[in-house]
Ligand binder design. Sequence first.
Ligand code: FES
Length: 130
Amino acid sequence: MCPAEVPPDDTSRRRLCALDDIPPGGAREFKVGEGDWPLRGFLVRDGDSVHAWLNRCPHAGHALNLRPDEFHAPDGKLLICRSHGAQFDPATGRCVTGPCTGASLRRIRIELVAGEVCLGAGPDILAPIG
Ligand code: FES
């Protein structure tokens, strides 16, 4: 289980939610940090695993969603940016159609520990690009 008490400036292994808080095939937003510019991300459940993405479209930098926790295209499979319609593979983050085809969402490092979704340990929240 992730540590319950983590200093605000220490993002190592910070708990985001329980895996079961994310509906099967659904998504859930989260933010890290306070103030005007917290890091905003979202989790996408994939069976018993989960992917975490920065909520920033590689096309023009907008948040992907307009409504809370709504990231999936109408087909329920791909993720969609509501600004200009780019669609992304939820497992790889790769844009498969739209104005930024071939670009990728930025992955956020997480760990799944005993059914709890936590930020990855260490100071680098974002996974390396590539
Ligand atoms: S900002 Fe996402 S498709 Fe344009």
